[in-house]
Each structure stands twice: as structure tokens, then as C-alpha cells.
Design a protein around this ligand. Sequence first.
Ligand code: ZN
Ligand code: ZN
Length: 243
Amino acid sequence: MGRVAQFFNALCDVILPPICHICRNFIPNAGTLHICPDCHDRLPCAASPLCPTCGIPFAGAGADHRCGACLTHPPHFDSARAPFLYEGTIRDLIHAFKYDRRTHLRRPLALLILEGLGEALIEQRLDLIIPVPLHRSRLRQRSFNQAALIGNLLSRRLSLPIMPDTLFRNRPTEPQINLPAAERRQNVKGAFTVHIPEHIAGKRILLLDDVMTTGSTMDECAKELKDSGAAAVMAVTVARTAR
Ligand SMILES: [Zn+2]
Ligand SMILES: [Zn+2]
């Protein structure tokens, strides 16, 4: 870093002291993420060994291998990845972002995806980003689509176009997290439609959401995208449940 940039960063720290998004403590030399090293070390990572298809992590050591669910019912997406488990501080951050409308948290959440999955996303040679859509009634209620807000930042950082109006949720659905696993597939069955399939024909798609639970929503979206001609679908979320 040049001396002018160093001086400018120090000046910014004085005028706008960087505060950790999680513990609210002041962070010297904060960088752009604004999560302090202690909080960063304690983030609940979803690390290997995991299922290379749905991304679910396994307890203990060993190599990545397909989980029983993906072997018996292979999903329509090619792979699903989340850098974190949906628990602890990550769940708190996502809650604050989504339900307390602290929309500035889109930035650390997008940066955490890039930090954890950036290389994998580049390797996938993706063509465009599609955020999982909300039904218009929920969009009115919340006033923003959390996946689209994170997607806008990823779009700029990865230089990929984002198409928030291509996939459409044609009926309201109960939030998956409120339902027993067995009812989740039925809840989202047939809930999505692709507008203008020509936009996605032959494309490799980054399908983006904030949280993945059983993967039924991602699977249903991926089915619709593949049926409409998409070449590949990589499902990406900030966090996933351990199932
Ligand atoms: Zn902290
Ligand atoms: Zn799996």
C-alpha cells in the first residue's frame, strides 16, 4: 500500500472507526470485511469432508463423498455450496440482515461468500447470477429480496450479469424453515417459472440464496432452469443447515 493510501485509510479509521459487524468492537487495520479476527476465527465453517453434490458437511475426518440423499435422489443442481453452517454468529448476521432490515450487512455476507467460495466460483466458468425470487406478496412485506441484494455485490465483484427477473415465484410458499423436512418438497413443487428461456439457454448459472435447509427450494429452481435449457446450475448460499 502506498503512503498516500495508508494515510487515507488511517484518516478514514479516525473519521469512521471500523466496528466489527459481530462484536461491535473497534478493529484496527480492518480491511473491507469489518469482522474482527476473533469473530472471524469463530465463524461456523462448513468444511470438508462434505458431499460434493449438495455440500452437506460430514462429522470427523475423511474424503468428500456423495451423501445418501444425493445417491438415492440426485438433485437437479450440479453442486451446492455454502461457506458456513446456519448457526451461531452467521445465523445472527443473516437474521439482522433479513428480518431487522440491516441491509448494509449484504456487503460482509457477499464478501464472506467470495472469501470462502471465490476460487470455486471462478473455476465453474459461470455465465450469470440468478437470485432465488420471492413471491410478490413477500417482496411487498419485506421491501427487498435478500438474495438479490447479495447478488448485486457478487455481480460487480465477479463481473457476471445478474438476472433478477428471469426466474419467477408464481405462488406464495410457507418459509421452508417452518416446515418438517418431508413437507418441504411439496411446499415448493411447481412454484417457479422461467420468463424468457432464451436468456438462460446453454448458460452456466449461479443460483443464489441466503440460506439452504434441505435444498428443496434450490432443487425446484434448478429443475425449472434446467427444463428451460440451462447448461449447469451451481447453488450458492451464505449458510446451510447441517440437515
Ligand atoms: Zn468481532
Ligand atoms: Zn449430498
